[in-house]
Ligand binder design. Structure first.
Ligand code: S3P
Length: 190
């Protein structure tokens, strides 16, 4: 697939290690926004699971949900993510539902450092303007839908994360700075 972003440099940032970094969190948690900035800061390659699936199928995620159903999307998501998680030097921004599948949770735990970008459903619904892209939020009352999804997934996000960042009161640059500091500490300890 061709949408990978490759950075090149010879020195390694202290927050970087050979391990992959996975970003998890609900829709609108800034996984891709922050992930792209983090890839530049740490000189790692960036991929987004939704973008890769869209490119491989030549369909949008919304169309895949419509035409093939969520279960088939989840199979494609797992096939892509688990395989990619075994490579090294990647920042992988995952779809919000990655944690519902056990194989993905195992990969998140074992194949890299997983960062959970936590935000309340209220914050997420303010951040998400274009719900057309997100089939699970189609229709009325995205806050109610986000609250229900959050309730079902909260424990999975928490159990899968090595590092959790509360983002409600932060902007993406502040989230980035905190991640870099936490990774430096994490790498110094592990
Ligand atoms: C989903 C989140 C989306 C996308 C799909 C399903 C989910 O990704 O994978 O619409 O189940 O939470 P983002 O979290 O990047 O919006």
């Amino acid at each position: 697939m061709t949408s990978e972003v490759h950075q090149t440099s010879s020195t390694q940032h202290p927050a970087s290690s050979k391990q992959n970094i996975f970003l998890i969190g609900m829709m609108g948690s800034w996984k891709s926004t922050v992930g792209k900035k983090l890839a530049i800061a740490l000189d790692l390659k960036f991929v987004d699971t939704d973008d890769e699936i869209e490119e491989a199928t030549a369909q949008t995620v919304a169309d895949i949900f419509d035409e093939r159903g969520e279960a088939q999307f989840r199979e494609m998501e797992t096939a892509y993510f688990v395989e990619k998680s075994l490579q090294s030097g990647y920042i992988i921004s995952t779809g919000g539902g990655i944690v519902v599948t056990e194989a993905n949770r195992n990969a998140l735990k074992n194949n890299g450092i997983t960062i959970f970008l936590k935000a309340s459903p209220e914050t997420l619904s303010h951040r998400i303007k274009n719900t057309d892209k997100r089939p699970l939020l189609h229709g009325e009352d995205s806050l109610m839908k986000l609250s229900k999804i959050w309730k079902n997934r909260k424990d999975f996000y928490e159990a899968s994360a090595h590092i959790t960042i509360e983002t409600d009161r932060l902007n993406p640059m502040q989230v980035l700075e905190i991640i870099i500091k936490k990774l430096e500490t994490h790498n110094a300890i592990h």
